[in-house]
Ligand binder design. Structure first.
Ligand SMILES: [Zn+2]
Length: 447
């Protein structure tokens, strides 16, 4: 190791500028155009003398992989994030979503949380280790993928099919966690150790076409509206899974909303609804609700093309999220039951995309190291194992037996609503904390 200490003020300046520039690169998916983001990262790495490979699964869809070679022969750990971001409703933002503007200690823009900030945390930790002359025992891989927000077919999945040897490791650090809760006595940081499965479905309704001036009672748009309402109102039964048990038990001890024993009653399906209703933090309510049941969220509708024409067909799409133990077929069956109970007719259901729920154990040296490193930087920190409602690229690794954790530092639950929402932004102090925790963790874990 070189003896000189890291100038964290300079690192902060550098990281803020890099994140701001990274946000300015339009990688909204669709169409993605992640190649621009990959080239940006490649240039930054090149100035550090670090070569990398950029893979294009198809024109414009770039992913990047580079490696910090250790003295051993096995890749040990992969630092992973995705380059693409979700679309924006620009007029709803206080500052343009691709501006990367820095204001009052925060960096604004699409991807500021999900997950270009994680990309910059990882890049900075990686580069700092190099600059400090660190020599790891095993290889550390840095990977940035395309297409995560649209199912990963042109990103992680493509890489797994075409260059699996480049993504072979024992551990993965990815997005999905790090969000948290300040309870007064503790700062809770959620480490994503499990994620729900995804099942996106399209429900197509057939009806009788006709003139808008002659309503006839077989209008497919009306059938669809009934179906959407029924699914939005549907509440699946509470199911206690192991990741939910870990998460709720972890928070129960630390939260200040109610006595711990009362909070733990979330794990009793008969009590859970009442306990949920008594939690005064709305985002935590949503998170816990999603952690305890399968969900069905209508998101896309397509019906009709002209005001005076009754269409013969229309469809809606539902974003369904499954707990461990549920299959896409179970979700389709539930939708069918809910729609039939509402009296809906003439519909068909098609699965557009699905992925299974996955989990990693918490009884590992890396998890424990995250815990101790975090405490070093924030003595009030508690690491809580968390099952995210959203899917990440971690599933591809967990399916191959690789342990994957979602660790990005952002200590407020409000941020969760801003991911995929309006006015996404990250506090500079959290960006820096993320770099510090990651740097220290890697230095210790890979030495
Ligand atoms: Zn993401």
């Amino acid at each position: 190791m070189s003896a000189h200490a890291i100038e964290w003020n300079a690192v902060e300046k550098e990281a803020v500028e890099l994140l701001s520039r990274y946000i300015q690169i339009n990688t909204i998916n669709p169409p993605g155009n992640e190649i621009e983001g990959a080239r940006f990262l490649q240039k930054v790495l090149a100035t550090e003398g670090i070569p990398c490979e950029v893979f294009e699964s198809e024109k414009g869809r770039g992913s990047l992989i580079t490696q910090f070679s250790g003295s051993g022969s096995i890749p040990e750990i992969i630092l992973l994030h995705h380059i693409d971001v979700v679309p924006v409703e620009e007029d709803k933002w206080e500052h343009p979503p691709l501006s990367g503007v820095v204001l009052n200690g925060e960096i604004w823009g699409r991807g500021a949380l999900d997950c270009k900030s994680l990309g910059i945390m990882q890049l900075m930790a990686f580069v700092l280790l190099k600059r400090q002359g660190f020599s790891p025992e095993q290889h550390i891989v840095l990977a940035a993928t395309a297409d995560e927000e649209a199912g990963s077919v042109k990103g992680a999945e493509w890489l797994m099919q075409h260059v699996p040897e480049k993504l072979n490791a024992r551990w993965v650090i990815n997005e999905g966690g790090g969000l948290g809760l300040k309870t007064g006595q503790s700062n809770l940081h959620f480490c994503q150790v499990a994620e729900k499965g995804v099942c996106w479905v399209r429900i197509t309704f057939q009806g009788k076409p006709g003139h808008g001036s002659l309503p006839h009672g077989r209008n497919c748009v009306v059938e669809m509206a009934k179906a959407i309402e029924a699914l939005a109102e549907h509440r699946s039964p509470f199911v206690i899974t192991e990741p939910a048990e870990q998460f709720i038990s972890g928070i129960a001890r630390e939260q200040g909303y109610m006595p711990a024993a009362e909070f733990r009653e979330l794990l009793d399906p008969a009590q859970a609804e009442a306990v949920l209703a008594a939690i005064p933090e709305p985002v935590l309510q949503l998170v816990l609700n999603a952690c305890l049941r399968n969900t069905f969220t209508p998101t896309v509708t397509k019906a009709g093309s002209k005001t005076n024409v009754i269409p013969g067909e229309c469809f809606c799409e539902i974003d369904c999220r499954m707990l461990p133990g549920t299959t896409p077929e179970d979700m389709v069956m539930t939708i069918e039951q809910v729609l039939r109970a509402k009296g809906c007719r003439n519909f068909s259901i098609e699965i557009l995309h699905s992925s299974i729920p996955t989990a990693s154990a918490t009884s590992t040296p890396l998890y424990r190291l995250f815990e101790s490193t975090l405490k070093k930087h924030d003595p009030k920190a508690q690491l809580i194992p968390y099952m995210s409602s959203g899917a990440t690229d971690s599933r591809f690794f967990r399916e191959r037996g690789i342990v994957a954790y979602g660790m990005q530092m952002e200590s407020s639950l409000t941020s969760m609503e801003r991911m995929h929402g309006h006015n996404e932004r990250i506090a500079i102090e959290n960006l820096v904390l993320g770099i510090q925790v990651l740097y220290d963790t890697l230095q210790e874990f890979c030495k």
